[in-house]
Ligand binder design. Structure first.
Ligand code: ATP
Ligand code: MG
Length: 637
């Protein structure tokens, strides 16, 4: 594969950037010409941020799997598409070549069809990090079904909410998943979720842990049995469904500032072009490189930089089932050496947690194959950046600090490895095609350098979200209504003296815990479901490993047991409702919450208390009952 649109020097970056701004349609039309389209588009871009309506490559016909698989068969048929490393280092790894993956995707696409899945149907995928997860995702895309992958850490309640929102009638899952020394009973969680979702017609279950599971006649079938059925049916082919560029490819749920997760919708054409473009440019991928993105496919990072970006580029994508610290903190480094990984893309939270183990786990590892390092998900602090640079990259690997979101589909702001300069803790410059702008509270543009503001984007890019599933108005209100004619990211940002962007964190009520977005309202709703809880308020506070920890202030009137037990009960409730990722790190019982006369909780004050800045509470005179602040301050955990 060659990538004619890969910029290789700082000058080429500048030229590409200028062209992308002066002639966006010409620019993206050229990039898109490098893909396989059944029919060329009529118009590169139509847009209106008011509605919003965003159409890229309208009238174009394609199937993304023909671009990720079929078109590589002649040249890359025997090249590894996916290298899979098991959770357990003793278990043999697996390699799927492009030909293997193509065959498996067609087989499973036929399984989906046999089970009644049609174009446009929503299929929920709740699996561990096994190659069949990627197969299931691509098989949906093959037949035009819309996948909705749910991270394996979410609870039955969260799954039920998402199944109902997407009206998904099909589920693909595993009996269980291995993660470190844990075994997660995925099918059991699905069974619990389905109590609330009688509309689900079929559950296809892959065996992985072979833990006993209930299999309901007429609803649940085994993956392996279904494959055997299609194998005896003759043709192994499954023609790719012809999709419109703007047909939905997938839904991925993400947290916002209200309690209910939003189903972010991405479409076939623009998402394909953008994930591929950003992949080959940011990481400067060279044919033959082994790309190791440590995210889970349950998150956007896994969708874009384990599956669609790398595979559409004919790359070798390494998929890891386990966690960085099991059986020991050298697990990533074992994998890097074992497969001669060239690009390592991970999260600051993982780096900070590995830093905590010191340098011992690095002993005996050469890490010589590494060429490029990347981070994503949250701001990276300088200490972690330097540790990554010195001890992992040995000061010879550019680090790309990639800023983006579920909604953006792909990386928007990042240095390009070895092409544009890195600056510790700065995402640096926008990719060609991306037009960031900083605005103040009133939406007025903040111009010049050495300034800060709310980060918005003023022009569409192909990978941006099109809507939120089933509720377009919500999409408009969330992203396009805050500032006129701008896409609002929800992030605060600095622009330094050289024009480099540095993301400072969310400006809305969204937490970033270990790189995962969690809405404060979501956690509060879950806490409030506990029988003894009267009211609660949740804020973030700085956490050494997770970036942000969850601090909950709770008015509690339960009578069973002591405070410690009550805290454990509340934590259990949150795990049940959302999942373990949303468990509060600290729960402080209070007799009241600081409220304004109009009844609004003053989160600003609670945030300061949680952060330990109790002497910087600012003006509290507008509070209904200022005395409550003293009590909360004194009881701080
Ligand atoms: P994942 O869901 O896989 O964790 P993600 O972190 O890219 O992927 P979101 O969960 O949508 O996607 O989170 C996006 C938010 O994460 C951004 O709005 C920003 O607050 C934060 N973020 C992501 N990347 C960076 C980065 N490089 N620097 C600073 N903040 C980042
Ligand atoms: Mg994240």
């Amino acid at each position: 594969m060659s990538y004619p649109y890969q910029v290789k020097t700082a000058d080429q970056y500048k030229a590409a950037y200028e062209k992308s701004v002066n002639d966006p349609e010409g620019f993206w039309g050229e990039v898109a010409s490098g893909f396989y389209w059944r029919k060329k588009w009529d118009k590169v871009l139509e847009w209106d941020f008011k509605q919003p309506t965003i159409k890229w490559f309208a009238g174009g016909k394609l199937n993304i799997t023909e671009n990720c698989l079929d078109r590589h068969l002649d040249t890359l048929g025997n090249t590894p598409a996916i290298i899979w490393e098991s959770n357990d280092p003793e278990e043999h790894h697996r390699i799927l070549t492009y030909r293997d993956l193509h065959t498996k995707v067609m087989q499973f696409a036929n399984v989906l069809k046999n089970n009644g899945v049609k174009k446009g149907d929503r299929v929920c995928i709740y699996m561990g990090m096994v190659p069949e997860l990627a197969v299931a995702v691509l098989a949906c895309a093959r037949i035009g079904a819309i996948h909705s992958v749910i991270f394996g850490g979410f609870s039955a309640q969260s799954i039920a909410d998402r199944l109902q929102d997407a009206k998904a009638e099909f589920v693909v899952t595993c009996d269980g998943a291995f993660r470190g020394n844990k075994e997660i009973p995925l099918k059991g969680v699905i069974d619990d979720a389905l109590v609330q979702c009688p509309f689900v017609k079929r559950v296809i279950v892959l065996t992985r842990t072979r833990t006993p599971v209930s299999m309901i006649k007429g609803r649940d079938v085994w993956w392996e049995d279904e494959i055997r059925i299609v194998e005896t049916q003759g043709s192994p082919e499954c023609a790719a469904e012809e999709m419109d560029a703007e047909d939905m490819l997938f839904i991925l749920y993400t947290s916002g500032s209200t309690g209910k997760p939003k189903g972010v919708v991405h479409t076939c054409g623009g998402y394909m072009v953008y994930t591929n473009y950003s992949f080959v440019n940011v990481f400067q991928y060279q044919p033959g490189d082994v790309h190791f993105c440590t995210a889970d496919i349950g998150w956007i990072t896994g969708h874009s930089y384990i599956v669609y970006g790398p595979l559409s580029a004919g790359a070798t994508s390494l998929m890891f089932e386990g966690i960085p610290t099991w059986p020991n903190a050298g697990r990533f480094w074992d994998i890097v050496d074992k497969f001669n990984v060239n690009v390592l893309y991970t999260a600051p939270t993982a780096i900070r947690s590995l830093m905590g183990f010191g340098l011992d786990p690095l002993k005996g590892h050469s890490l010589d194959s590494l060429k490029v390092l990347g981070t994503v998900g949250e701001p990276i602090n300088e200490e972690a950046w330097h540790w990554y640079d010195e001890h992992i990259g040995k000061k010879k690997c550019p680090i790309v600090d990639t800023w983006w979101q579920t909604e953006t589909g792909g990386i928007l702001i990042s240095n390009l490895a070895g092409v544009t300069p890195a600056k510790p803790a700065h995402a640096t410059l926008p990719l060609p095609g991306v037009q960031p702008i900083l605005v103040d509270e009133n939406g007025k543009e903040v111009t010049g350098n050495s300034v800060s503001g709310n980060l918005c984007i003023k022009f569409p890019w192909p990978g941006m979200l099109r809507t939120t599933y089933g509720d377009h108005e919500r999409c408009r209100l969330n992203y396009f209504a805050t500032y006129e004619n701008l896409y609002f990211t929800g992030d605060g940002c600095l622009r330094d003296e050289d024009g480099n962007y540095r993301i400072t964190g969310r400006v809305d009520d969204v937490l970033n815990v270990s790189g995962h977005r969690i809405g404060t309202a979501e956690v509060e709703n879950a806490i409030n479901m506990h029988a003894g809880v009267v009211e609660s308020a949740v804020v973030g506070y700085p956490h050494d490993i997770k970036g942000q920890g969850i601090y909950a202030f709770v008015i509690y009137q339960g009578t069973h047991g002591d405070d410690t037990l009550a805290r454990q009960d509340i934590t259990k409730t949150v795990s049940r409702i959302i999942g373990a990722i949303a468990k509060p790190d600290k729960i402080q019982f209070v007799s009241g919450l600081p409220k304004t006369r109009s009844g609004k909780i003053m989160r600003r004050i609670l945030r300061k208390i949680a952060e330990g800045e109790v002497d910087k509470l600012g003006d509290t005179s507008t509070l209904l009952d200022p005395a409550v602040v003293e009590e909360i301050k004194n009881g701080r955990l």
